[in-house]
Design a protein. Structure first.
Length: 161
């Protein structure tokens, strides 16, 4: 049942990524600027006292790192979900890891290809590389979490004997 739930969550997350990529350049910029304003609100002293123009300028200045962090984060989540969905499939551990990497990287490629058809957007090889790094980080975090979960499960079953 867990495998089915994580497979569904993985597909839903892929749809979320697709939806983000389907936003026009203007919609995407507006979304990342709103994130920049939230960052300013919570992390910059006196930000709320700044004039609106200065707040907007701040959001625009941090737009590039916000977008790139969003790319990496959304694909890290995908990598983690892929591990959770595929961790119990048949085959060796190495084969499952390669499968997770392949699915994540191929999805990153398809996402950038999709953006070629969205107004004002473009497909970027650098974004595929960034997304792939995010996938790898998520896969690593997923395997570490899985290892810790299995270790805890094993140690608790040993101690209950």
């Amino acid at each position: 049942m867990r495998k089915i739930i994580f497979t569904i969550l993985t597909i839903i997350w892929m749809a979320v990524i697709f939806w983000f990529s389907a936003n026009s350049a203007d919609e995407s910029a507006e979304m990342s600027h709103s994130v920049g304003k939230v960052i300013g609100h919570y992390f910059v002293d006196g930000y709320d006292d700044w004039p609106e123009e200065r707040q907007t300028d701040f959001a625009e200045r941090i737009d590039y790192p916000v977008r790139k962090c969003a790319h990496a984060a959304e694909y890290a989540i995908l990598g983690f979900l892929l591990v959770a969905a595929l961790c119990d499939h048949a085959g060796g551990e190495r084969k499952r890891i390669i499968c997770c990497i392949a699915i994540g990287v191929l999805y990153a490629c398809s996402d950038e290809f999709h953006q070629l058809f969205v107004p004002g957007r473009s497909g970027q090889i650098s974004d595929v590389l960034l997304d792939s790094c995010g996938v790898l980080a998520g896969i690593a975090a997923g395997w570490i979490a899985l290892f810790l979960f299995r270790s805890k499960k094993t140690s608790s079953s040993i101690s209950s004997e």
